[in-house]
Design a binder for this molecule. Structure first.
Ligand code: ATP
Length: 267
């Protein structure tokens, strides 16, 4: 079995408005990724070099993947996503081949955002033991990033929860030289995230998103998404219990009309 799985190019459908909060991060990504990809001539004229690599770091579930997808979509760029652990192969030479293939495809499909999630898995600081596969992988990644031509329309976005264990060679100028913190959401950001995730959810009048935002201290975006999904299912169970079986079975108007998520479903 080959570790050389096909490199999938996608066009994500995530928009900026699907991401709650993180306004500063969105703006930074607009300027560092969207502008150079959309207006390469302007950057040439201004004589400024856009970053080749950006590292998004912060706790899990805070929207790093969403941000990478949104910036690709909003830049009208293609998107290639890989996960650090999945690119590691015990087959000699396979890992480098895979990295080469990813960047070849990226250049071919440019403008392209290459997203490397859990980059710490492939790029932990090279220790004394010197894991050979990891070493070769980092070297290949460095070679590819150093080889990205100015204005070639390829940008690499890495994501990690452990920026402290990333090989410093990757953080040098011309590589991942832009570090952006993606923090856990504060109350205001949580409210925005609740709004995003309840956009298509019928809510009863007693649901107060502000109150929910206040009560969910410590929740990440992923936690809030899960909470809304769970509340919707609780509402469905409750309403199925409340209505006669025939009404439910036929998915009648009455049943659908009653399907609203109430305050109590969130508790
Ligand atoms: P990990 O480090 O675990 O890969 P991540 O930071 O990449 O996490 P995402 O995969 O982007 O997090 O987020 C997971 C899910 O959580 C998203 O699909 C989305 O439903 C929800 N989510 C996270 N952050 C936000 C946000 N700021 N706004 C709206 N939804 C969010």
């Amino acid at each position: 079995p080959s570790a050389l799985r096909e490199v999938l190019i996608e066009v994500p459908n995530v928009r900026w408005e699907d991401i709650g909060g993180l306004e500063d991060v969105k703006q930074e990504l607009r300027e560092a990724v969207e502008w150079p990809l959309k207006y390469p001539k302007a950057f040439e004229r201004l004589g400024i070099e856009p970053p080749k690599g950006i590292l998004l770091y912060g706790p899990p579930g805070t929207g790093k993947t969403l941000l990478a997808k949104a910036v690709a979509n909003e830049s009208q760029a293609n998107f290639i996503a890989i996960r650090g652990p999945e690119v590691l192969s015990k087959w000699v030479g396979e890992t480098e081949k895979r990295i080469r293939e990813i960047f070849r495809k990226a250049r071919q499909a440019a403008p392209t955002v290459v997203f490397i999630d859990e980059i710490d898995a492939i790029a932990p600081a090279r220790g004394s033991e010197g894991d050979r596969v990891t070493d070769r992988l980092i070297n290949q990644l460095l070679t590819e990033m150093d080889g990205i031509q100015e204005n070639s329309g390829v940008v690499v976005i890495g994501a990690t929860n452990r920026p402290d264990i990333i090989d410093p060679a990757l953080l040098r100028p011309g590589r991942f030289d832009r570090l952006i913190l993606v923090p856990a959401p504060d109350e205001k950001a949580r409210l925005e995230i609740f709004k995003v995730h309840t956009r298509r959810v019928p809510l009863a009048g007693d649901v107060d998103l502000r109150e929910l935002a206040k009560k969910t201290e410590g929740y990440t975006g992923a936690d809030i998404a899960a909470l809304v999904r769970e509340a919707a299912l609780i509402a469905m169970r409750r309403i199925m219990r409340e209505l006669p079986r025939e009404v439910v079975e036929s998915e009648s108007e009455e049943f659908l009309e009653r399907l609203k998520v109430s305050k109590k479903d969130f508790e």
